[in-house]
Unconditional design. Structure first.
Lengths: 335, 339
């Protein structure tokens, strides 16, 4: 199988590690930033492409690590060219766009995977397994936090442009919105949220607190932040069941603590959570996609899951903007 | 300095078990005993604490105590406050002040009319951690505060006292029990009033179908300074959790983030008898500071740091949360007078 990587930022590099552990051949790299493309292409012994159509002609699958606002165009064109697709999250900026992408891939008969990478973090797998084995009864109140600093890419910081990334709620909190559905086996029916952006316009800090209600009665509190100081990335999850409790905090379960004299410049552009693992979650994700395509087996997490995560994120944004609760009904692919 | 003579009215609230020991440790206090309308409790705790008991509240008040601590069920607060006020006693009353606004207002009036102090037992302000934060915020150490993520989660208190999950006696469940501490702390930290509440409230921790009150609550409270705060009041800690629960506040502010876990000063103890880890809190006892402030206010002839009005302001958030959960909409709170 021949693969093209679109986007040569932090995700392009993270995915590349995964591709190295498959028998796929990375043929080419395409990026809006040619210098970055060359660095990644050189490391992979691949070619730099400047034409997407040219790349599509040469590959069987594409790995889209481009900024969110470009996902739709890249996915639709890849589907048309008959290429299988792995695409970074969020699936798209709107539910309609996401639906169009899913339908186009179905119609073209190509496999489409959205990188909801939390499904490849062992702590969440472990939580899911504990819940499945009835360790805590039925989940009733779920609490999740994902707190970091503002992405600080030096040039073209598209994360900070809401029209390109959807902002913190779409880009960061979507992980936990989608994960809370998966852990509680419910669909969100109502959200209420406030954000520093909505309540204190003009402030640099970006922090959102949201309350979700599910169709099975479960509640969730989801917190997302780009308001923490460098270089923090703090993640928490708690599942209170009617017969027990699961608690987890990244800060309290790190197996090593290193205290160095260093400047803030040492923090990476985009904070990524990471406990030491023999296989990092992005690599595991890429391998999963590849094996599922080659062996024609189901994906662990579907584009519809990713789309429903997006739908919750958009409802949270709307609630924060209007100051009112927002009711939703989980989107379906069939019209 | 003459000793203040103090009695306890009812042992319904488990905090009475702590207060009696606080009182007995204070050299300038004479603890005179307790009364309870429940004969079983009177017998049990009289023996357990080797305390003098009175068969009814009138008998206790006939001893002319200077002050009483009221630890009854929530819905009896008004009756006992009015009784004690009319006997000229200063009053420290358990939280929440009452189960409805009218009772709370009547209690405040009764104490004002009798010219006695009414303090509500919201001890978190006397936590050494809280005192340090208050001082730091006063120096604007965090800059402008934007929002807070808070919890006051607990085990189901009816493992210890059944009335906590009786809607009539307690006035509600987890939201009634666990909203007021954090609200009071934040009102005090920020010198701001809650003006708006959204809440999801339900009875979700009720596997054996035993309970008829709310056991889960997620609140979003907005203050008049623009700060928004989520609060998890749920009775979501299992009976085999290492402790009763927690009070945690994460403040997100201009200059950074302040995370506080007020009961994190603890040992983890693994005990053969228990077969589960237990957390032994070794931090300073906030109740001691609260009780000392109550007596200081009496001796100095001034209002206590936490008044009936403070108790009422916190109760209004509770009542608004129940309203909001019914309506699935945001509920406004009429502006309280700052105390």
């Amino acid at each position: 199988m021949k693969v093209g990587i679109i986007g040569a930022g932090s995700m392009g590099h993270a995915h590349a590690v995964g591709w190295k552990n498959t028998d796929a051949k990375i043929v080419g790299v395409l990026s809006g930033n040619e210098a970055n493309a060359k660095i990644l292409a050189d490391a992979l012994d691949a070619k730099v492409y400047s034409s997407y159509d040219g790349l599509l002609n040469d590959v069987d699958m594409v790995d889209i690590c481009a900024p969110t606002f470009l996902h739709k165009d890249y996915v639709l064109r890849a589907a048309k060219a008959g290429c299988h697709i792995i695409c970074e999250k969020p699936i798209a900026l709107t539910v309609d766009d996401g639906l169009e992408m899913i339908r186009a891939c179905e119609a073209a008969g190509v496999r489409f995977f959205v990188g909801m990478v939390l499904h490849f973090f062992p702590e969440y797998m472990s939580m899911k397994n504990a819940i499945a084995s009835n360790a805590v009864g039925n989940p009733k109140v779920v609490r999740m936090t994902r707190a970091s600093y503002r992405p600080k890419k030096a040039d073209d910081n598209w994360f900070m442009d809401e029209s390109k990334s959807g902002g913190m709620i779409l880009d960061l909190m979507i992980h936990d919105f989608e994960m809370s559905r998966w852990l509680t086996k419910g669909e969100v029916i109502r959200v209420f949220a406030k954000s520093v952006r909505s309540e204190h316009p003009g402030e640099l800090a970006d922090h959102c607190l949201s309350i979700l209600r599910f169709d099975n009665g479960t509640m969730a509190h989801i917190e997302g932040s780009w308001a923490y100081p460098l270089p923090m990335f703090s993640v928490r999850a708690e599942v209170a069941g009617d017969d027990g409790l699961i608690e987890w905090e990244s800060d309290k379960t790190f197996p090593l603590q290193q205290y160095m004299h260093k400047s803030n410049d040492d923090a990476s552009d985009v904070a990524l959570p990471g406990s030491p693992l023999t296989e990092d979650p992005w690599a595991a994700e890429v391998k999963h996609f590849y094996n599922a395509v080659v062996n024609d087996t189901p994906f662990r997490v579907s584009p519809l899951d990713a789309l429903r995560g997006l739908q919750i994120a958009l409802a949270v944004k709307e609630s924060a903007k209007t100051g009112k609760p927002v009711s939703i009904k989980a989107v379906e692919v069939e019209a | 300095m003459s000793k203040l003579r103090v009695g306890i009215m009812s042992f319904a609230h488990l905090h009475a078990e702590g207060y009696i020991q606080n009182l007995r440790s204070m050299p300038d206090i004479e603890y005179i005993g307790f009364a309870d309308h429940d004969a079983e409790r009177l017998e049990k705790f009289g023996k357990q604490f080797d305390s003098k008991t009175y068969p009814d509240y009138a008998a206790l008040l006939a001893e002319k105590p200077d002050a009483v601590i009221i630890c009854s069920e929530n819905n009896k607060h008004r009756e006992l406050v009015e009784l004690a006020a009319s006997a000229g006693c200063h009053i420290l009353c358990e939280k929440p002040i009452a189960t409805n606004e009218a009772d709370g207002q009547a209690m405040i009036k009764a104490c004002a009319d009798a010219n006695v102090n009414l303090m509500i037992a919201l001890p978190m302000r006397f936590s050494a951690t809280a005192q340090q934060i208050k001082a730091s915020l006063a120096k604007e150490g965090m800059g402008k505060i934007f929002c807070a993520n808070t919890t006051n989660q607990g085990e189901n208190p009816d493992y210890h006292r059944a009335w906590f999950s009786d809607k009539t006696l307690a006035g509600g469940g987890a939201v009634m029990d666990h909203t007021v501490h954090v609200v009071d702390l934040l009102r005090w930290y920020m010198n701001a009033e809650p003006i708006e509440v959204y809440a999801e409230v339900d009875n979700l921790f009720n596997k054996d179908n035993r309970l008829d009150v709310d056991t889960a609550g997620l609140l979003m409270i907005t203050f008049d300074n623009g700060v928004f705060v989520t609060l998890d009041t749920s009775w979501s800690r299992p009976s085999f959790y290492p402790t009763w629960g927690n009070v945690k506040i994460d403040l997100i502010a201009e200059r950074g983030v302040l995370r506080t876990d007020y009961f994190n000063q603890k040992l983890t103890v693994y005990e053969d008898q228990q077969q589960k880890p237990l957390w032994h809190f070794w931090g300073s006892d906030p109740n001691q500071g609260m009780i000392e402030e109550f007596f200081a206010s009496i001796r100095e002839n001034r209002p206590p740091l936490i008044t009936g009005e403070d108790g009422l302001a916190a109760l209004k958030v509770v009542l608004a949360a129940y309203d909001s959960a019914k309506q699935h909409d945001v509920v406004s709170i009429e502006h309280n007078n700052k105390s």
